[in-house]
Design a protein around this ligand. Structure first.
Ligand SMILES: Cc1ncc(COP(=O)(O)O)c(C=O)c1O
Length: 390
């Protein structure tokens, strides 16, 4: 048997006609940039998230970049985030000339640890009474924002993070690129902080036919600023009030995403169903002493963008499953504080121990909605075979 990590062919087979019609309609209109598809998708995503504003941009990376820029992040500033995430989270900060300052994750859900966040401000920052700025003592940068990541499809502990943010009067940008539709209490990922960022990379729960992203917010001014930033800062063509970027979601992507959006809820529920079946299978196979299934943290619903176990002998298991034709992946093998390009930040591996340990132990298993019972059982049986006698 063969089990890919993700099977987009299987998904496409169920929506082929709708997607082709949507693409055809865009070609017939010959309107490819900022037309009715993008504005309709913006309305639909805003409604889906329960916010008044959504702005389509070229990627999740740009959603982060434009959100931070809209908050005024630039040279001499810093943004507090986690190192256990996809590169873009910190890359966006550095590309604005600012510094990423890392706080560690909590081990159960791999999300930003609010206690560590609080300790960071108490121990490493000062409040300037003259400028009313939060200054990071050792880098002498001004802390401009907090950027938690809703990793794998589950929200970080936003109440606690927002409580810290309010204490220091700092805005919160949610990296919700992996978490569209995930809930925290009665709010949706992306709609909890000041700005929320989504990615429509093809492998995401809502994936386009290429790159795409969106920023959501309840703040009219921030929405307007992101809107300006995506078109080189021009309100009217050729009249530029600020310097921005070329970062628009295009009509073809928006049309494909609109064809897929009505299925998103059911797809995420199917992933969640697969996750609970995996959990039972792991228990029945006696695997819990070798591999820990993901935890669903209190007050949250998980959309299982990834189903990530924490396991012993991770690299050997990864190879064993590859040989058994099972696709798995390591998200992420090197925590950002240990990346070569961030050596200048001067972090040691042990400065962020939970992130370091997670990078050695995590393994993502196939969880896509079309995964069959037989495929899932083959994955679990293969893992059990690997650990037999170990
Ligand atoms: C956590 C996280 N942040 C940012 C991004 C960047 O999104 P994109 O690939 O659309 O630029 C991704 C997705 O790849 C992601 O998973």
């Amino acid at each position: 048997m063969k089990v890919p990590l993700l099977d987009l062919q299987a998904q496409y087979a169920t929506i082929r006609e709708k997607v082709r019609k949507a693409v055809d309609d865009v070609f017939e209109s010959q309107r490819f940039i900022l037309g009715s598809q993008v504005s309709a998708l913006e309305k639909e995503i805003a409604e889906f998230c329960g916010v008044p504003y959504a702005v389509g941009v070229a990627s999740g990376t740009d959603a982060l970049l434009l959100s931070l820029k809209a908050l005024g992040v630039g040279q001499g500033d810093s943004v507090v985030t986690v190192p256990f995430t996809f590169f873009a989270t910190a890359g966006a900060i550095v590309n604005l000339g600012a510094l990423p300052l890392f706080v560690d994750i909590e081990p159960a859900g791999f999300e930003m640890d609010p206690e560590k966040l609080s300790d960071f401000f108490l121990g490493e920052c000062t409040f300037s009474l003259s400028t009313h700025k939060i200054v990071h003592k050792s880098s002498k940068t001004t802390v401009k924002a907090i950027l938690p990541v809703h990793l794998y499809g589950q929200c970080a502990d936003m109440d606690e993070i927002l409580a810290v943010a309010r204490r220091y009067n700092l805005p919160v940008v949610e990296d919700a690129c992996q978490a569209i539709g995930a809930a925290y209490g009665n709010k949706k990922a992306g709609a909890i902080g000041d700005l929320g960022c989504f990615s429509f990379f093809p492998s995401k729960n809502l994936g386009g036919a290429g790159d795409g992203g969106m920023v959501v917010t309840s703040d009219a001014q921030l929405a307007e600023r992101v809107r300006l930033l995506r078109t080189h800062g021009a309100q009217a063509t050729y009249f530029h009030s600020i310097v921005g970027f070329n970062s628009r979601l295009d009509e073809l992507q928006a049309a494909v995403l609109r064809a897929k959006l009505p299925h998103l809820q059911a797809w995420s529920e199917a992933r969640s169903e697969n996750a609970s079946r995996y959990g039972k299978d792991f228990q029945e196979a006696g695997l819990l002493s070798h591999a820990t299934p993901p935890a669903i943290l209190p007050n949250r619903s998980h959309i299982f963008h990834q189903y990530v176990i924490r396991c012993k002998m991770r690299d050997e298991l990864h190879e064993f499953l590859k040989a058994a034709d099972i696709g798995t992946a390591i998200y992420y093998p090197v925590s950002l504080h240990e990346q070569e390009c961030f050596r200048f930040l001067n972090y040691g591996a042990s400065d962020l121990p939970q992130s370091h340990t997670a990078s050695k132990e995590v393994l993502a298993l196939p969880i896509y909605p079309e995964l069959t019972d037989a495929q899932r059982q083959y994955v679990v049986n293969s893992i059990a075979e690997f650990y037999r006698g170990k």
